[in-house]
Write a protein that binds this ligand. Structure first.
Ligand code: GDP
Length: 138
């Protein structure tokens, strides 16, 4: 089990002014920030990042959305990081997310769901490497 996960605060949550609120919940959840940047990705970069979803019907919509405005990308550290962060963010669809989760509070729909969280240690490493080099980690 690795102690790192990868997250993005998605364009909807950035636009709504919720970067600070979400970072506060991440800290309150016991996570340490290893790396962080504020940037906008291109449609092509979003397609590469979400390659595993290429055959899903929402791939076009998802990659349009993720390249539509700035995001905050970060690597987070905590024991059991991947699973604990998935618990903190809640279900993909905010209508099904538990009370007190980031998505329950800040997501507006299944597509515009405020935050990303890696679903495995392997993907956490791949996704972190997509955004950050060794000099950008602390
Ligand atoms: P996650 O791991 O909880 O983020 O969920 P998935 O890996 O299943 O999906 C990745 C992302 O695709 C989600 O966070 C949503 O932004 C988006 N997504 C998932 N399902 C749908 C859907 O039915 N429609 C749309 N438009 N987007 C979706």
């Amino acid at each position: 089990m690795s102690n790192r996960t990868f997250t993005m605060i998605k364009p909807d949550a950035v636009k709504a002014g919720n970067i600070g609120n979400i970072l506060q919940m991440i800290y309150a959840g016991g996570f340490r920030i290893v790396a962080m940047k504020y940037l906008q990705i291109s449609k092509q970069q979003a397609e590469k990042f979400y390659e595993v979803h290429a055959s899903r019907p929402f791939y076009g919509e998802l990659t349009d959305f993720m390249s539509s405005g700035p995001i905050v990308a970060a690597i987070l550290e905590k024991d059991n990081a991947v699973i604990d962060f998935r618990t903190l963010i809640g279900a993909t669809n905010p209508a099904q997310a538990e009370e007190g989760t980031i998505r329950k509070k800040y997501a507006t729909s299944i597509s515009e769901n405020a935050v990303h969280g890696s679903d495995s240690d392997e993907n956490a490493a791949i996704e972190g490497n997509f955004f950050f080099n060794g000099l950008e980690r602390f």
